[in-house]
Ligand binder design. Structure first.
Ligand code: HEM
Ligand SMILES: *[C@@H]1O[C@H](CO)[C@@H](O)[C@H](O)[C@H]1NC(C)=O
Length: 338
């Protein structure tokens, strides 16, 4: 039954799109590739926003975690060579992709969903919309569809012809790093401390594997990191159930104790209570240097509108990191064009 509903939902959306597209298609127009704009595809692929939205809508209804996968893919894309679709490239004989990087291997998901959206977009506007733009639009829709803010997505990115597993290993932050290192990694990308706290707020959705929080729950840290209220013994017990001291590395727990399928500000409440699942998340509230960030955490907990606004602004800023090498519009997001 649910499967049938999902199918009709997708088909109806597609039909509506075909009608819109029939009326509005115009020939392509060249634009300055170094600047993103809101109107980049208004002539060449006016339906791209609708296509991405309807595909994301179906995917998130089927599994809300699809929203988390896509938001994270966009982050891992933008932090390596700029937002250029490099994260999507598969390994080939002549190219080493980023999928086996430390923070990505056995962890990033959503690639098939990206393929599916790309296929629909190619069917409508072949060779026009970059995979990097597709991911940026999909990440906005993902956020919106699980209850988060809307923002207009500047577009006009090109897809890279290279990837860098080395840059992925060096530039993507890890849950073991301390606050000073995490801040430095965001500053390097032109993102402020406020941008960082807001963007990490996307951990309000999605899951972490046990391997990424075992040290925190067995190191005794978990119950010691609270400033306000005592961290929940119950939460700790649940996390230990998911994540035994030995084995179960890939078992998952919500990054936000309260509502891991909803984009809200409850993640920040977890941090107030010392119940952040990742050590890197809790660092923002409880570490030696957290005076730089704890007031922002407090603010986002008290004022969800402020979180939503700063998150939207942060996503636009993160999405604005470009790859100076330029590139192409890939036909298949997994491979450079031949
Ligand atoms: C301090 C910087 C960050 C660190 C150390 C970090 C680390 C992590 C880790 C370890 C996971 C769990 C992965 C796994 O166990 O497989 C995760 C998940 C996630 N991250 Fe981050 N992250 C950071 C910043 C961000 C940013 C900036 C975004 C997006 C704007 C983001 C979005 C997500 C999402 C949505 C998930 C859940 C994915 C899922 O459900 O599979 N993260 N992150
Ligand atoms: C995006 O980058 C351009 C320069 O490449 C800059 O002029 C613009 O202000 C940036 N926008 C945002 C929102 O950061």
């Amino acid at each position: 039954m649910a499967r049938f509903d999902l199918l009709t939902c997708c088909l109806q959306a597609l039909l509506a799109l075909a009608l819109i597209a029939a009326g509005t298609f115009l020939p392509s127009q060249a634009q300055d590739p170094s600047r993103l704009s809101l109107s980049y595809y208004s002539k060449t692929c006016p339906t791209v926003q609708d296509i991405v939205r309807s595909e994301m809508d179906c995917a998130v209804k089927a599994n809300p975690r699809n929203a988390a996968f896509i938001i994270r893919l966009h982050f891992h894309d933008c932090f390596v060579q700029g937002c250029d679709g490099s994260v999507l490239l598969d390994d080939t004989a002549i190219l080493i992709g980023e999928k086996h990087a430390d923070q990505s291997a056995n962890s990033l998901q959503g690639f098939e969903l990206v393929d599916k959206i790309k296929e629909k977009v190619e069917a409508e506007c072949p060779g026009v919309v970059s995979c990097a733009d597709l991911l940026a639009i999909a990440a906005r829709d993902a956020t919106l569809l699980v209850g988060g803010p809307y923002w207009d997505v500047p577009v006009g990115r090109l897809d890279s012809k290279t990837a860098s597993v080395d840059l992925a290993n060096s530039d993507i932050p890890t849950p073991q790093q301390n606050l000073a290192t995490l801040i430095a990694k965001f500053l390097e990308k032109g993102l402020s401390v406020t941008d960082m706290v807001a963007l990490v707020g996307s951990h309000t959705v999605g899951m972490s594997r046990c391997v990424n929080f075992r040290d925190r729950i067995y190191g005794g840290d978990f119950l010691l990191t609270s400033k306000n209220e005592p961290a929940s013994q119950l939460h700790l017990a649940k996390l230990k159930e998911v994540c035994p001291a030995d084995g179960g590395d890939d078992n998952v727990a919500g990054l936000d104790y309260y509502s891991p399928s909803v984009f809200d500000n409850a993640f920040f409440e977890s941090l107030l209570q010392g119940s952040g699942v990742l050590n890197s998340d809790q660092e923002m509230y409880s570490s030696f240097l957290s005076f730089q960030t704890s007031h922002i955490v407090d603010k986002y907990w008290a004022d969800p509108e402020a979180f939503f606004k700063d998150f939207a602004d942060g996503m636009v800023k993160m999405g604005n990191i470009t790859n100076p090498e330029g590139g192409e519009v890939r036909k298949n997001c997994r491979f450079i064009n031949t």
